[in-house]
Design a binder for this molecule. Sequence first.
Ligand code: ATP
Length: 200
Amino acid sequence: MKVIGLTGGIASGKSTAARLLEELGVPVIDADLLAREAVRPGTESLAAIVALFGNRVLRSDGALERELLGRLVFEDPHARVSLEGIIHPEVRRLAELKLEGLRKSGAPVVFYMAPLLMEAGADTLCDEVWVVDLDAGTQLQRVRDRDGMSRREALQRVAAQMPPAEKAARGDLVIDNRGTVEELAALLKELVKTRVKGET
Ligand code: ATP
């Protein structure tokens, strides 16, 4: 089974690309969903996070207060490294379980969509990596439109991540998402035909 990593910067269009790939019949594992699963109430990861950040990161129902935790680590890079040290290995373990299940089911190819694929070293799970990319101006506009942020906030969010050019350089294929969703759909359809299924 071939595993293709799918990554890119904030609001680059990874989720949109993932949805389009699923529509083309290719399974996609979503690392964001696994990250939520990793910290469900009762997990060791959640206990470790509470030990580190205190009960303030728990909601009254015992689930993780993700917004608050996000803000705390955004302001404190050391805390972010500690948090990632708890979550990333668990996400990787869950991803490996999913991959094993798909392998057993006979799937010939699967995408692993992960915003921090390279930062977490999860590109080592993949046979190749596709990077969704776009110019900085369009990216900023899409962050602002989606999240209702000021230009300043959006710039901070973009600057907190690995520079998109570095991600693109480390990938095997760059998916250009400067155009419309329809153009992205057509590009992915062609790539699945030629590069994934090997048809001419
Ligand atoms: P993040 O990692 O920040 O959650 P993402 O990389 O998964 O983001 P998406 O959620 O797919 O990105 O897209 C970001 C925003 O840009 C969404 O509002 C989406 O609808 C929009 N978008 C994505 N692709 C296009 C496109 N080609 N044209 C216009 N809008 C787009």
